[in-house]
Design a protein around this ligand. Structure first.
Ligand code: GUN
Length: 289
């Protein structure tokens, strides 16, 4: 049995937001420009609405301008593209985020491709994804960036460590693999078709769950002492009625095996918005400079 440490993403994100608030104030004093973040939400997905509300609140708390554009689910692709183009041209807007998923009739890749890469604070534009892949300066996706910050805070140098990322999405799995490679990890991306997934996971010094399947990664898939990052946020039915949030890792089973683990909620989640604010300030600096 090892003592499993909790990785407190909530506290880390709070400290980061406090630091950013100071940096934003200094930037405003120096340039007279208030960094602005525009968030576009199409449709009424309740989870997305909660995220968007939190983003708006924390953007304002950091001293930045928040512009929310809530569009009905029937909005056409042309209307979304026209809004993105207007935001590209708006000097008060330094960062643009289009909340995913978009309704099925809208081509998400076409929308992401329309965002000015310099304002792409999600880092989802192919220009930023490509720049990350070849090792150039890029706006980097927020959740993977938050994961790497927590890992470096927990472990120090990541060089030479075996990292297994379970999940291959464009939002988390693929960009996280790129970032871990940049930190000199040996990186495996595993997914639903991986053969003997438990054995692959047991190789990991750093194990990341980013598949969106409640508690799929079991305790006996974890190498004793490994650092576990749980990106999953899954709402499941409680035995006695109601719902609760669980990650992609069976958190209870990981206790006494993992060396350190992020809880759900309060682990990776709060880091995503903190990194979004950091990206917005970075984008504003580049546009001012
Ligand atoms: N939906 C789930 N995560 C994200 C994210 O990081 N950015 C955007 N735009 N949509 C999301």
């Amino acid at each position: 049995m090892v003592e499993t440490r909790l990785i407190d993403g909530k506290a880390f994100a709070e400290a980061m937001r406090a630091r950013l608030k100071g940096e934003v104030a200094a930037f405003v004093a120096e340039t007279g420009v208030t960094p602005g973040l525009a968030v576009v939400l199409v449709g009424e997905d309740p989870a997305s609405a909660v995220y968007v509300r939190n983003k708006g609140k924390q953007t304002a708390e950091a001293g930045m301008a928040s512009f929310e554009h809530k569009l009905p689910a029937e909005t056409t692709q042309e209307e979304v593209l026209a809004l993105v183009q207007a935001l590209n041209a708006d000097n008060a807007v330094h960062g643009i985020l289009v909340q995913l998923p978009l309704p099925a009739h809208i081509d998400a890749q076409a929308v992401l491709a329309t965002i000015d890469p310099g304002k792409d604070v999600d880092g989802f534009h192919v220009m930023n994804a490509g720049r990350l892949a070849v090792g150039l300066d890029a706006l980097v996706p927020c959740t993977p960036l938050g994961c790497v910050m927590l890992l470096k805070d927990t472990l120090g140098s990541l060089a030479g460590l075996e990292a297994v990322v379970v999940g291959r999405s464009n939002i988390v799995g693929k960009p996280l693999a790129q970032l871990l490679l940049r930190e000199d990890c040996t990186v495996t991306i595993a997914h639903s078709r991986t053969r003997d997934l438990p054995a692959v996971c047991r190789r990991a010094d750093i194990l990341v769950g980013a598949v969106g399947r409640p508690e799929m990664i079991r305790g006996d898939w974890i190498k004793p002492g490994a650092t576990v990052i749980d990106v999953g946020i899954n709402r499941v039915e409680k035995a006695g009625g109601g719902t609760r949030l669980v990650g992609d890792v069976a958190f209870g089973e990981a206790q006494g095996i993992a060396g350190a683990i992020t809880p759900v909620p309060g682990g990776v989640g709060p880091m995503t918005i903190a990194c979004l604010l950091a990206n917005t300030l970075t984008a504003a600096r580049r546009q001012a400079g």
